[in-house]
Design a protein around this ligand. Structure first.
Ligand SMILES: NC(=O)c1ccc[n+]([C@@H]2O[C@H](COP(=O)([O-])OP(=O)(O)OC[C@H]3O[C@@H](n4cnc5c(N)ncnc54)[C@H](O)[C@@H]3O)[C@@H](O)[C@H]2O)c1
Length: 244
């Protein structure tokens, strides 16, 4: 018996990286998984390999959300789980960040999460409740240099999670945020040996599967948790291990 038998789970940005790890684990635990992404070939191939479905879903598009959620409701069933995982990063100092770059990061990382929450709320309510997991970051717990738009978007996700949890609690919908540190995905390609990992309590990059296990716990077992943060960062946010 799987922990997610009979559950319907939509995972944004699930074509690769952390979203793909969530999709594989959820499918192995019995969920009907729908991967929503803009990387069609990769997403479809992954879906085929794990018995999931793929839908093109640009998280910044209001109409895309409406279409995909209506399609799932009609052809698969009410959505029990949404993982708002899609995200991008931009490495630029605040003083030279272009407005277009700022807007793009906020649009995908924060507005995309808002649209996701809003789009599935009615479907989850009809299912009798549900769980929404929003991927924030250790960058939603503290600041990082050269990442102002990303940091702002991830703090925004953390705050939005709390407000949404209060609004949706009466409908039996839990909303939580997950805060990974550096994780080995296409987003961090080439950064595996970065010196920042050396000063962590666990001095290495994390694996997507380590995040997926936390996300599974949150959707399957964390029945008394909502609106709050769950950190999976090798200790990055607790302080630096230094040799004085
Ligand atoms: N990798 C890390 O170290 C790290 C750390 C903390 C938080 N995060 C966050 O975790 C989430 C997943 O990160 P990842 O490392 O797996 O990233 P990734 O770049 O490896 O994958 C992101 C996925 O999101 C998809 N995506 C991008 N724009 C989209 C859009 N407009 N609509 C739909 N899908 C879109 C991409 O196609 C891709 O499949 C992101 O929100 C990221 O900000 C990552």
């Amino acid at each position: 018996m799987g922990k997610l038998d009979g559950k319907i789970a939509l995972i944004t940005g699930g074509s690769h990286g952390m979203g793909a790890a969530d999709a594989k684990l959820f499918a192995a635990e019995g969920a009907r998984v729908i991967i929503g992404d803009v990387l069609d070939d990769e997403g479809q191939a992954l879906a085929d390999s794990i018995g999931a479905e793929y839908r093109r879903l640009d998280v910044t598009s209001e109409s895309n959300w409406t279409e995909v959620v209506a399609d799932i409701d009609e052809n698969i069933g009410h959505i029990d789980i949404l993982v708002n995982n899609a995200g991008i990063v931009a490495f630029t100092p605040v003083a030279t960040t272009e407005l277009s770059e700022w807007n793009r990061v906020i649009e995908i990382n924060l507005t995309g999460v808002f649209l996701g929450i809003r789009s599935v709320a009615a479907s989850m309510k009809a299912a009798g409740g549900g769980v929404i997991v929003n991927l924030s970051s250790s960058a939603g717990m503290m600041g990082y240099s050269n990442l102002s738009a990303y940091v702002a978007s991830k703090w925004g996700v953390r705050g939005l999670t709390k407000a949404a949890a209060l609004d949706l609690g009466p409908d039996n919908i839990r909303v939580v945020s997950v805060h990974p540190g550096g994780i080995r995905t296409p987003m961090t390609a080439g950064m595996e040996g970065n010196e920042m990992y050396a000063s962590q309590a666990i001095p290495r990059i994390g694996e997507p599967e380590e995040v997926a296990k936390l996300v599974l716990y949150l959707v399957a077992d964390a029945t008394y948790s909502t609106g709050t943060e769950f950190i999976v960062d090798g200790g990055a946010t607790v302080g630096q291990a230094l040799n004085f």
